[in-house]
Design a protein around this ligand. Structure first.
Ligand code: TRP
Length: 336
């Protein structure tokens, strides 16, 4: 029996942070044992939001690749590849775009929220929403289905994408009387949600409120010292009422490998200043070997691109097989 296939991906729009690490990278690393794992660097998707800053996307491809490779994936088994290097994914996106209405895309809750955010930023909504942006769930469906992945590890905000992917797969199969595509399942991480160091709801790649995997120990200390707390000066874990300090306690528990209750007991009576010093220290100790490996890897960017090229080649073999099934089902498998 072959192993179930996972596709997971990151937009290369900034370095990966401690939230990505505990929320997905650690899970990926575990899944490597039991699944055929594919890690996609979603540069095409990143461009749907960053078409005006292609050099930002380009620079972050290397960063995100290194963040992943620092965990020590076995690249003989696991493929790590660049989305734009596989033109068949774009081809599949075109075929899928016939199966999705514009109204359905506008109803996708994640897209809907993003369109509202754009409207707030740029005033008029219709004028700032491109075809590429509106259609990115279709492109993501092509990412997933081109590899016939059955498991897609995601955060909450990505659930609507998987729902749409299942709809597209089902519609393709019914319409073209085929069993080409499996219906993939979303796999939510059970790691608790980490919020921004500034107290905002999300630790974000480009929000400057995160400890990055690639940060130096000094940067880590500085960021933790500046993290928002409250004026109670009493360490507790109560994410609803005391979100900022609870978030720091959560980080402490994660890097120490203990639960939050044990962490609170361990930290009883300590003031915030001392706690922050200890937290930064623990984070630095936890990430020391990963950061070490990361800087080794970063010394040789060509080797990183070699690894990506190998991953691309392997993933592309599978994707070409899928495309053959797709062409047969769609009556476009011409003899020559
Ligand atoms: N949309 C994902 C994100 O915002 C990135 C992504 C692109 C992805 N293609 C994917 C995730 C396919 C899982 C599967 O981070």
């Amino acid at each position: 029996m072959s192993k179930p296939i996972i596709l997971t991906g990151d937009r290369p729009t900034g370095p990966l942070h401690i939230g990505h690490y505990f929320g997905s990278l650690v899970e990926r690393k575990k899944a490597e044992q039991t699944h055929q794992l594919h890690i996609m660097i979603a540069d095409v998707q990143a461009l749907t939001d960053n078409w005006e800053n292609p050099e930002k996307v380009r620079n972050n491809v290397l960063e995100v690749a290194a963040d992943n490779l620092a965990l020590g994936f076995d690249t003989d088994k696991t493929t790590i590849f660049i989305q734009s290097r596989i033109p068949e994914i774009a081809e599949l996106t075109v075929f899928f775009s016939n199966l999705v209405t514009v109204n359905r895309l506008k109803r996708n809750p994640t897209v809907k929220t993003e369109i509202e955010q754009k409207a707030r930023l740029f005033g008029t909504d219709g004028e700032s929403v491109t075809l590429g942006f509106l259609g990115y769930p279709v492109s993501q469906a092509a990412d997933i289905l081109s590899l016939k992945a059955t498991v897609v590890p995601v955060g909450e905000d990505q659930l609507p994408m998987i729902e749409q992917t299942r709809e597209i797969a089902g519609k393709f199969n019914r319409l073209y009387k085929t069993e080409t595509f499996p219906l993939p399942e979303a796999k939510l991480s059970n790691a608790p949600r980490i919020i921004g160091l500034d107290g905002s709801a999300k630790m974000g790649k480009s929000l400057n409120n995160a400890v990055n995997i690639s940060d130096t120990p000094e940067e880590t200390i500085k960021k933790i010292k500046a993290a928002k707390t409250d004026s109670e000066n009493e360490i507790r874990y109560d994410p609803k009422k005391r979100p900022e300090i609870s978030n720091l306690v959560l980080l402490y528990s994660l890097v120490s490998g203990i639960d939050t209750e044990t962490a609170v007991a361990e930290l009883k009576g300590i003031n915030y200043g001392t706690f922050k010093t200890q937290l930064a220290e623990k984070i630095n100790v936890h990430f020391e070997p990963i950061r070490q490996k990361r800087s080794e890897i970063m010394k040789d960017p060509d080797a990183i691109f070699d690894t990506l090229a190998q991953g691309t080649e392997k993933a592309r073999i599978e994707i070409k097989k899928t495309m053959q099934d797709v062409r047969t089902a769609m009556y476009i498998d011409y003899p020559a």
